[in-house]
Design a protein around this ligand. Structure first.
Ligand SMILES: [Zn+2]
Length: 219
């Protein structure tokens, strides 16, 4: 994923004609594998030159994070993550703004019947970003007295794969349902969506609650 500088500039010029958001549809569930990468790299060299005519670098792609990254966040993906990122010059010499989004589908268990559910999710990103030469990795630093964390990078080529994966994982719902009407499991563990006849009989309306006696207790 490293086009010639001239091609990159042309592509950039083209992108500047369009405004964000950059992902306008859910990711293709069967993406062209040629475009899938374990990295999401933006080369910010042209921004670091402080060329006044250039104020934005952007790109997009499909990310299939390394297994360690997925495991660290407990993610099981149904498809690669679609991402789009833009880094803009924020005016200061080494100050930038990162914006973008990451979208995809994770596999989760229905909390009632435990069947596998595909859950779509999307996260947006907006961070101040600063160049700190010498740093090996992209890092998110907390700043005292500031609401936003600061992203710092130390090399022109920045791999956003880990950040995108983590932010996508953070925004996922904690639980999932295969359907609002999911009947769940019987006490024996039978999926009642598939075998509704095995559902326990509904309690009789007249049957007194086992807690009915409690309300007469003098406490
Ligand atoms: Zn279910």
């Amino acid at each position: 994923m490293s086009p010639s500088p001239r091609a990159a500039d042309a592509a950039l010029g083209e992108r500047l004609l369009y405004s964000r958001p950059m992902l306008d549809s859910a990711p293709d569930p069967v993406p062209d594998s040629a475009h899938v990468s374990a990295h999401a790299v933006l080369n910010l060299a042209s921004l670091l030159k402080h060329d006044a005519t250039l104020f934005e670098v952007s790109d997009e792609g499909l990310l299939l994070p390394e297994p360690e990254l997925l495991e660290a966040d407990g993610l099981r993906l149904g498809a690669p993550l679609a991402w789009a990122l833009s880094v803009q010059n924020a005016g200061g010499d080494d100050d930038f703004i990162l914006s973008g989004e990451v979208a995809g589908e994770v596999l989760m268990e229905c909390r009632r019947c435990l069947s596998e559910v595909t859950v779509p999710s999307r996260s947006t990103l907006l961070y101040p970003m600063a160049y700190r030469p010498g740093r090996e990795r992209l890092e998110l630093l907390e700043r005292e007295g500031e609401e936003d964390d600061l992203l710092v990078f130390g090399k022109p080529e920045v791999d956003f794969a880990e950040l995108l994966t983590q932010l996508f994982a953070i925004d996922l719902p904690l639980t999932a349902l295969c359907s609002e009407a999911c009947r769940g499991l019987s006490p024996e563990g039978v999926n009642l969506n598939e075998h509704p006849e095995q559902a326990p009989a509904a309690p009789e309306p007249d049957k007194p609650s086992p807690f009915a006696a409690l309300k007469d207790l003098e406490l």
